[in-house]
Write a protein of this length. Sequence first.
Length: 249
Amino acid sequence: MEIDLKGKVAIVTGAGRGIGREIAETLGREGAVTVVTDVRPELLDDIADTFGREGWSGRQFICDVRDRARTQAVVGEVVKAFGRVDVLVNNAGVGTAVPATRETPDQFREVIDVNLNGCYWMAQACGRVMQPGSSIVNISSVLGLTTAGLPQAAYSASKAALIGLTRDLAQQWSGRKGIRVNALAPGFFASEMTAQYPDGYLDSMGARIPLGRKGDARELAAALVFLASDAGGYVTGQTLAVDGGMTIT
């Protein structure tokens, strides 16, 4: 089997910047028709400019993944435009670092609504139209597997739940529908969320990372390409930690 995404139709949520942007651009470079979604139209305009300049195929849609009807509409538009959906990358997510005794119900619900519910609605919409050989990759986090010193109950809970959702959808759909469902659990990569961490926090985490450094988003995107392509055809229901070894310490 080859690592080949040429001609595949992929949807990437939360693709406006950071890890999502790198994933979308990697899929574009690999020849996939790449549909990107985000809630911020100015970021979609920017990525559209990049795709146009590079000659990559794709479309952009404003989509709040918390809105189930909107996720269904976007998937419907993709099928109408391109005939199918082969790959879904559930990347859209938000995070907080609020002590558990002070976190409000609204703060907790917002994180769960985006990080877990939004992924489910998008997977549900795609699962109804995907054909055998398709792939869903959910972007979880090492914080779904371990802790990292900050008070992140909502975020950690949502990412752990996403790993459970990955397993369940894999056992439901892999045999019956031929849709593989896996998750990536990134360690520390530069992102909007890590930019909000306290000064010195990332340096202090270095001792827990055997490779001794932050990840490069291209390394995460490379792992995703494997899971999305036919080369990963015998992998389903798995969570791959791309974390420099953090979860083994």
